[in-house]
Design a protein. Structure first.
Length: 191
């Protein structure tokens, strides 16, 4: 099931990006090839895990990943919902924070496969999920900054960067709380 999901979503997303690139090129906007290459690379990450024969993530998390990159790269950047709706950027950062906290919970389950060894304090699991989420938010902002310095994006303001980081923090806190509650109910392994 995971293999088929990854192949279907990766193929669909790569085709969408290729069609988008062709349309942009036909409209005279050939400068977008580097953006398209980056977006296609993001969609190929799960395929890389597939070919390495290491797919640790459950299907809902894989689908969530594709939904997140679709909302970020296609709807936000290509369709320009970032420009049309100021809340779109903040919303994707909140969702990204939630997503990365669940990635952290899944990695925790993989790194500590024995349920008896998973008996760490709830606050430590909360801190791990939140820290992982915040690290991802910071790295995203570093990539945005590097892209703006290379002239591929408009330079972000300090206010935008801080808003994005706070949104990632809010998403991370929400998900970390839900992860701890889920763990207390004994369902941590269901992620």
């Amino acid at each position: 099931m995971r293999r088929k999901t990854i192949i279907i979503f990766s193929t669909a997303y790569v085709l969408l990006m290729a069609i988008t690139f062709i349309i942009q090129h036909m409209n005279g906007d050939a400068s977008k090839w580097t953006d398209t290459l980056g977006r296609v690379s993001a969609s190929l990450l799960p395929l890389l895990l597939l070919f390495m024969k290491r797919i640790p993530f459950p299907v809902p998390l894989i689908i969530s990943y594709y939904l997140l990159i679709f909302c970020t790269f296609y709807l936000g950047a290509t369709i320009r919902l970032y420009d049309k709706f100021k809340w779109w950027d903040t919303g994707t950062h909140v969702i990204g924070g939630i997503f990365m906290s669940y990635v952290a919970a899944t990695l925790y389950k993989i790194m500590v496969p024995n349920p008896e060894d998973q008996k760490i304090p709830a606050w430590l699991l909360f801190l791990f999920a939140l820290s992982f989420s915040m690290f991802a938010s910071v790295m995203w902002e570093v990539v945005e900054f590097a892209a703006s310095e290379m002239g591929k994006l408009e330079a972000d303001s300090q206010k935008d960067t801080m808003t994005d980081l706070i949104a990632g923090l809010v998403g991370g806190v929400i998900a970390a709380i839900l992860i701890v509650i889920t763990r207390k109910k004994g369902n941590l392994n269901d992620h």
